[in-house]
Design a protein around this ligand. Structure first.
Ligand code: DGJ
Length: 699
């Protein structure tokens, strides 16, 4: 049984790890132990007695609380901050009881405020096989008067004291997402967050805390990821007592949540882990977590074509049919029509909100195009941006009040568009019905859900105006979740002007995400490398476009995109016969290995920025097959070699790479390096196959 009770509290055991919590003399919850699973229950230490430090720092300031509130003499960052109706802002939660639900691997601890009718359930759920712990809280108001929450984070956790830590996280901006940062964790509070209404291009709601010597394959790291697609915050507090307290959850910036009498708030979940085998160990468990989330975890992702980069808004039935014909010739399986298809949409200043085909471009609706695409043997997909409205649209003319705004302020347009207030149930209902009609009337197998700006002027006339941020994200989830349930066969792509909303929360609704509008392959290599630290390859949509065509061979550009769900976004109607033939071969090659890539385990190799090298390999779920990619982006001479070993194979099985003429055991592939001397923009793809016909043998 993984949730154990001992004399000092509770011990949560996963496959290899344990997390023990206990109660302070004041009946508050604190961390006793987080580390390797110990042989006996008696091995887990009790909560130490925390002494104060002079009159300025009482024991409550030094105790590693699991869900600290703003109260008394605790001056660290709290998880919960409230204002009661009489103006008191001190919240003191004391333990009441524990509920263990074995079937759900869940431990729920109930805490009540000592005086006010505020109740908090602190929930731990074990993902035992993945050595991960899910954490969230439910905050309830059991009284008659409202209680305002000014901060309600999901969890706090503590790194082993006196360690030296580096914070590894992901930053960026539009067209430049997924840059990894690794920097020493300074004293004080380091805050990462989003204030944009989406998880954002700028910081990503996940982080690793690693020792300075931790590498891809060796060393400890602690990691966390938040299942939320709206405003979020991570606070990493390196205290003056050389401890590190980290908390994460809904951003408390411009946040307030009014808990009416009898109401409750359930926070988003944080997933926590400790990895001993470097970032790779953490990543593979995070991949398994994300694979649980996506709507169609096992479904093979089709090779798609999308003409956005070739045509922009210039789409109509005839020209899209021409693109579809070439796409089918290449072996594409899914033809996606992007922006520009709906009423009035000749540019980005009109049309958003009016989700009916433009009669000038599609005089007989979308069906003739869809039929043509299907007759060519492909499925059809469509782009939408449901959260947005152009002032020049029928929807806005009918419902100007539906856009987020303050009546006394100008409405900020970005890309000429405003944001619909998805916090409003009537807006949600309208979108559900409009998109239900669109999806019912057409044979649509794939939907790309885009979102091309941040939220501004977030007016809301509810009793607590600042709830709008949270309600907006819940509204997105409700609309998307309802459509997903109504159209269970549809595959969904999340896009937000590239990678503005590519997070664990959205992966409960979307099968795959768009990393960036930057499709230049050498920029994609680091982005993909970093994205794959958190999310599995079958969630990564990657197009071959015309970016880089002057300098990079087609094979290099394809190989980069073959490290995820391959798509094509180039102007294929301009491709000559030789280019089409090469693309057809590369697409066929991808189809032969995509089960390894999409469903396999990912092994990233340390890039060599000096030589411009990147490499990664994928090992199939049954460990019988492997696809190895090696790239050299441009880097000035002198070139130098790059060495790759192929880890993750069955040590005793023998694997053959025909292209290399090598057959050796999995142990040998992991130990004997391959040497690469590539030219700029050269790439290699090798497949390794285990020889197996009852028993492994040489041949
Ligand atoms: C931004 C997306 O990232 C692009 O792929 C494309 O869909 C455009 N929006 C369309 O407006």
């Amino acid at each position: 049984m993984p949730i154990l009770v001992d004399a000092h509290g509770y011990v949560l055991e996963t496959a290899r790890h344990a997390y023990a919590v206990g109660l302070t003399p004041e009946k508050e919850l604190a961390l006793r132990y987080w580390g390797r699973k110990l042989p006996q229950l008696a091995d887990y230490p009790p909560l130490p007695h925390y002494e104060g430090w002079a009159s300025f720092n009482g024991a409550e300031h030094l105790t590693p609380h699991e869900y600290p509130t703003y109260r008394g003499g605790s001056f660290n960052e709290p998880c919960l901050k409230t204002t009661f109706s009489d103006g008191v802002r001190d919240t003191w939660l004391t333990f009441q009881r524990a509920i263990i639900v074995d079937e759900e691997d869940a431990l729920t601890l109930r805490f009540d405020d000592a005086h006010y009718p505020l109740r908090v359930y602190v929930v731990y759920r074990l993902l035992a096989d993945l050595d991960l712990i899910e954490r969230y809280v439910e905050v309830q108001n059991h009284g008659d008067a409202p209680i305002t929450l000014e901060r309600a984070l999901s969890a706090m956790w503590h790194l082993p004291p006196a360690g030296r830590y580096e914070l590894v996280h992901f930053t960026g901006r539009w067209f430049d997402e997924w840059q990894m940062q690794r920097e020493p964790l300074p004293r004080g509070v380091t805050r990462l967050d989003s204030k944009r209404g989406t998880s954002s291009h700028h910081h990503h709601p996940a982080a690793f805390f690693a020792h300075p010597h931790t590498t891809e394959t060796h060393g400890d790291c602690w990691f966390a990821t938040l299942e939320h697609s709206g405003n979020w915050a991570l606070l990493a507090e390196h205290t003056d007592f050389d401890t590190v307290r980290v908390s994460m959850g809904l951003n408390d910036w411009d946040f307030a949540h009014r808990l009416e009498a009898g109401a409750s708030l359930v926070t988003p979940s944080v997933f926590l882990g400790w990895a001993e085998g470097g970032f790779q160990d953490a990543s593979q468990r995070l991949h398994a977590l994300a694979r649980r989330n996506v709507p169609h975890p096992q479904q093979v992702r089709p090779v798609l074509y999308n003409s956005w980069e070739a045509t922009a808004f210039d789409v109509d039935a005839d020209s899209q049919m021409r693109y579809a014909e070439v796409a089918a010739e290449l072996g594409v399986e899914l033809f996606v029509m992007d922006d520009g298809w709906f009423k009035g949409r000749d540019h980005d200043a009109a049309g958003l909100g009016d989700w009916t085909p433009d009669p000038r471009k599609f005089p007989h609706g979308l069906t003739p195009l869809i039929d043509h695409v299907k007759a060519l043997g492909m499925q059809f997909g469509l782009w939408i941006e449901p959260e947005m409205v152009n002032p020049d649209s029928d929807l806005y003319r009918a419902h100007p009040d539906w856009a987020l705004h303050y009546p006394t302020r100008p409405r900020t347009t970005a890309r000429n568009q405003l944001v619909l207030n998805l916090a409003r149930p009537d807006v949600q209902d309208y979108l559900i019905e409009t998109l239900t009609t669109l999806l019912s009337e057409h044979d649509i197998a794939f939907v790309k859900w885009d979102m091309n700006r941040s939220l501004t002027e977030v007016g809301w006339d509810g009793a607590e105006p600042k709830e709008v941020w949270w309600r907006y994200t819940e509204g997105v989830y409700r609309v998307w979740g309802t459509l997903r349930a109504r159209f269970p066969a549809v595959l969904w792509q999340a896009c937000s002007g590239g990678g503005g909303r590519a997070d664990l929360g959205i992966l409960r609704y979307a099968d795959q995400v768009w990393l960036s509008d930057n499709t230049e392959p050498t920029r994609r290599l680091p982005m993909q490398h970093h994205y794959l630290m958190l999310y599995p390859p079958n969630t990564l949509e990657a197009w071959v476009t015309d970016m880089g065509w002057e300098s990079m061979p087609l094979s290099f550009r394809f190989h980069v995109s073959m490290c995820g769900n391959l798509g094509v976004g180039a102007n294929i109607t301009r491709w000559g016969a030789a280019q089409k033939a090469a693309a057809r071969d590369l697409i066929a090659q991808y189809k032969a290995i995509r089960h390894i890539v999409q469903q396999g385990r990912v092994y990233r190799h340390e890039p060599d920025p000096r030589g411009g090298y990147y490499a990664l390999h994928f090992v199939s779920a049954d460990q019988r097959e492997c696809a190895l990619f090696v790239f050299r982006a441009h880097s000035p001479e002198p070139a130098h070699p790059y060495y790759v070993t192929v880890r993750g194979l069955l040590p005793d099985a023998r694997y053959t790479a025909h292209e290399l003429g090598i057959c050796r055991s999995g142990a040998a592939w992991a130990s004997v390096p391959l040497r690469f001397d590539l030219q700029p923009f050269e790439s290699r793809l090798y497949t390794l196959k285990a020889q197996y016909d009852g028993e492994y043998h040489d041949f």
